[in-house]
Design a protein around this ligand. Structure first.
Ligand SMILES: Cc1cc2nc3c(=O)[nH]c(=O)nc-3n(C[C@H](O)[C@H](O)[C@H](O)COP(=O)(O)OP(=O)(O)OC[C@H]3O[C@@H](n4cnc5c(N)ncnc54)[C@H](O)[C@@H]3O)c2cc1C
Length: 405
């Protein structure tokens, strides 16, 4: 009987183990987890609700959500996509529901439903889960297979799937380098921007439904909802920018500038027309009586001050210079960023096992046959929206398929 060892009892590890048994019930599958608790990240994911996948099902469009891994995932999603994820959970009695923004959650709105589903499947399929096994080293056995070495035990397996998640530092992946498996330096992705002392933070709690963010001097841009927090800015328009810019922003020590287009409209003429119309319709009203472009009155009033336009004026008193300042300010409002925060956010690691040394059709190492990878250990990461779990499910499925064949 083929013995498959799965290192890491997280999302990718459990999914890979279950898929191994579903694809070949004759295999003997063991999950090895370093802590006393499995699926810890699933538990806290999506604010405890677990954003398990996304409504986007087209492999090409889906792959564009991944700053690292896009090309390889395009292929992978043809084999296991979001629709397969939905089917997997619904067939096992976990109904899912999509939000307006495309994010999919369990109907229960509780990540425990996903955890229970995995634990029940492990029970049903006779998958062993060994806790408190921290892998220190992998040794190849000369006539095939691997010895997994931990402080408290040495175990033999014919095939191994590594699902140890994102490592914050390259030094945590020394055991992979000892196997000559190339690793790309890990850096954090999906973080919020700190703006210490900036008056915008006084507007904490303000949400803008659709903003466009950019990092001047780069091609980095993102759009979506933006949230003003007591430490700076957050929300999908910021998190996506942090993901696309993970490496560049690390290189500058997280000291940079961000510009915000508060209107969510890219075309300057369109903004001018809308602002002109607003001025005509509200000629006698005070400028800060209400917010424009869906902005709250509070934020609009703040911006008027920032763009040095006297908010006590009526719309009809707005002169050409002020009008231009408003258009320019609304489109390119600049803020200095100093540092990042991952508090309470969905953070992931960019970097990890270099994909150019992995066969993406079965996630097997091109250097060490029989060794497969799945999940965040790979140099794959997505923006927020259930994309990181989807990458874990897809790569775990492919790794399992490869390991059982
Ligand atoms: C707060 C938070 C919220 C998130 N919310 C979402 C969300 O809603 N949707 C989404 O798509 N993504 C979300 N993510 C990202 C998502 O959780 C990860 O991308 C996903 O968990 C990766 O799965 P994984 O199995 O590769 O790694 P992990 O889930 O990190 O699991 C790795 C496991 O391996 C174990 N391990 C590590 N080293 C060893 C070793 N040497 N020996 C044995 N075991 C080891 C670890 O203890 C861990 O249990 C969130 C992340 C965070 C931090």
């Amino acid at each position: 009987m083929c013995k498959i060892g799965i290192i890491g009892g997280g999302a990718a590890g459990f999914f890979a183990a279950i898929q191994c048994k579903l694809l070949n019930p004759e295999t003997d599958v063991t999950i090895l987890e370093k802590t006393s608790k499995v699926l810890a990240k699933v538990k806290i994911s999506g604010g405890g609700r677990c954003n398990v996948t996304n409504v986007e099902s087209d492999p090409v469009k889906l792959a564009t959500k991944y700053p690292r891994g896009e090309r390889q995932l395009k292929k992978a999603f043809r084999n296991f996509s979001t629709t397969d994820t939905i089917r997997f959970f619904e067939e096992r009695g976990v109904p899912l529901v999509a939000q307006e923004d495309g994010c999919i959650f369990p109907v229960s709105q509780d990540s425990q439903s996903i955890i229970d589903c995995f634990l029940n499947e492990c029970n049903r399929l006779n998958i062993e889960v060994k806790k408190n096994f921290r892998l220190d080293k992998i040794e190849q056995v000369s006539n095939g297979g691997f010895t997994l070495i931990a402080e408290n035990a040495n175990l033999f397996f014919d095939k191994v799937i590594i699902c140890t998640g994102g490592a914050p530092k390259k030094s945590h992946l020394l055991w992979l380098e000892e196997l000559n498996q190339p690793v790309i330096d890990p850096v954090p992705s999906l973080f919020t921007f700190n703006m210490p002392g900036n008056p915008i933070t006084e507007l904490q709690g303000s949400v803008v439904k659709h903003a466009i963010t950019k990092i001047p001097g780069t091609k980095l841009t993102a759009e979506g909802p933006l949230l003003i927090t007591h430490w700076g800015m957050s929300g999908p328009a910021i998190l996506a920018l942090s993901a696309w810019g993970a490496r560049v922003l690390e290189e500058v020590g997280y000291e940079f500038k961000v510009t915000v287009n508060w209107t969510g409209i890219k075309n300057e003429e369109e903004i001018r027309t809308e602002l002109k119309y607003c001025a005509e319709q509200n000629a006698n009203k005070k400028l800060d009586k209400f917010g424009v472009f869906g902005l709250t009155q509070r934020l609009w009033s703040f911006l008027l001050d920032k763009f040095q336009v006297n908010k006590e004026k009526a719309w009809k008193e707005l002169n050409k210079k002020e009008f231009n300042r408003l258009v320019n300010g609304l489109m390119n409002d600049e803020y200095p960023v100093s540092g990042k925060t991952t508090f309470k956010e969905e953070f992931v690691t960019a970097g990890g096992v270099d994909l150019s040394h992995v066969n993406v059709s079965n996630m097997e190492s091109k250097i060490i046959p029989g060794l497969h990878f799945a999940g965040e250990i790979l140099d794959i990461d997505g923006i927020t929206g259930g994309f990181n779990f989807q990458a874990a499910w897809t790569t775990a499925y492919l790794a399992a398929k490869g390991a059982v064949s």
